[in-house]
Design a protein around this ligand. Structure first.
Ligand code: AMP
Ligand code: MG
Length: 337
């Protein structure tokens, strides 16, 4: 199939909406990362998303709506806390897991009786949902396991020939996928996947916010994942990624003793003045690191890096999302110095 590159003009969004209405899949910009969108209620279309990505069938897709009030059409019983969270964080990078109704097929939810609902703020994505009149199921638009795409060029790289079109809506604002939460009780939520809506932000609305064990820890063999995506090796470039946790002085000493001539390092902006070996930087604070992480991992592949030491990010605030992606990219290989 020929993949058409569309712009973010109203005429092109109309074309993309037509494709979605006709059961095709389209690469679409969102404020988190680029998604691979299709009509969430069309089983055949949803199956072709799984096929294009090579995604395991038990890894559920998030369903994107134009307004949170539409969630009543696809779920059964929305707790009051979900409405309060939506009031504060929708539209935006928050996904709320809710009990699904039968308008969401089991293929979409990866066999679960729940569905993750998100209301994206990106104007192109918002228009696409509104113009198509469809709930849009959209996982990240990367080949399964590879770093998520944050530009239309990344999507073209992974999906050219596999999808009907890609809409270019510019670089993704946040750069990491949405925060996924489950409602635990009347006043408590559990973060299943960290993102740019942080625990601290959720605490403005909730009495308590639990951080799921699987966010920072490898699941034991046979352990059930609350968030199925957390059980796979993920976000991983071809290069071997090793996280090294410590000050830039300790990091530099570590690299100096571990084949600096054969490796690259991914360090913070500002670290480079202390660092005499081959490097790339990925931002100076957590928001910048979230924004840049996936494109830097892709760039490291482009330059042929085989082994990369990453100076581990902070786990505070948005940093938890960056740490969570990197620890998976590293296959949980962390060296603490
Ligand atoms: P992606 O589509 O690549 O952004 O990944 C979406 C992730 O959100 C999945 O891998 C799951 O970990 C999580 N997720 C989506 N829907 C659900 C759900 N119904 N229950 C629990 N986690 C979910
Ligand atoms: Mg993904």
């Amino acid at each position: 199939m020929d993949t058409v590159l569309l712009s973010d003009s109203a005429a092109d969004i109309e074309k993309a909406a037509e494709l979605i209405k006709n059961g095709q899949i389209v690469g679409i910009p969102t404020e988190t990362v680029y998604g691979l969108g299709a009509d969430a209620s069309n089983e055949e279309a949803v199956r072709s998303i799984f096929a294009a990505k090579g995604r395991p069938a038990d890894n559920p897709l998030i369903v994107h709506l134009a307004d949170f009030s539409d969630a009543v059409n696809y779920t059964s019983g929305i707790p009051d806390l979900a409405f309060r969270l939506a009031e504060r964080f929708c539209p935006g990078p928050l996904t709320i897991v809710l009990p699904k109704n039968d308008r969401i097929p089991m293929v979409t939810s990866g066999g679960l009786d729940t569905v993750g609902i998100r209301v994206p703020s990106h104007p192109v994505m918002h228009e696409l949902i509104a113009v198509s009149g469809k709930p849009i199921a959209a996982p990240s638009a990367n080949t399964s396991g590879y770093p998520s795409p944050t530009s239309a060029a990344h999507v073209m790289r992974d999906m050219n020939g596999k999808v009907a079109a890609v809409v270019d809506g510019g670089e993704s604002q946040f750069g990491v996928e949405s925060t996924v939460i489950a409602i635990e009780s009347a006043d408590t939520v559990r973060i299943l996947r960290p993102g740019c809506v942080t625990r601290e932000m959720l605490l403005e609305v909730c009495g308590d916010v639990i951080i799921d064990h699987a966010i920072l820890n490898e699941l034991a063999a046979g352990e059930k994942a609350a968030s199925p995506g957390m059980k796979y090796k993920h976000y991983s470039p071809k290069a071997d990624i090793i996280m090294v946790e410590g000050t830039i002085e300790a990091f530099t000493k570590f690299v100096s003793e571990n084949e600096p001539e054969k490796t690259y390092s991914l360090i913070y902006n500002g670290d480079e003045k202390y660092f005499p070996y081959r490097f790339m930087t990925y931002g100076g604070d957590s928001l910048q690191q979230a924004h840049q992480l996936f494109s830097k991992l892709r760039e490291l592949d482009d330059i042929g890096a085989e082994k990369v030491y990453v100076r581990a990010p902070s786990k505070d605030g948005v940093g938890l999302a960056v740490y969570n992606r990197l620890i998976r990219a590293a296959g949980f290989e962390v060296i603490r110095i």
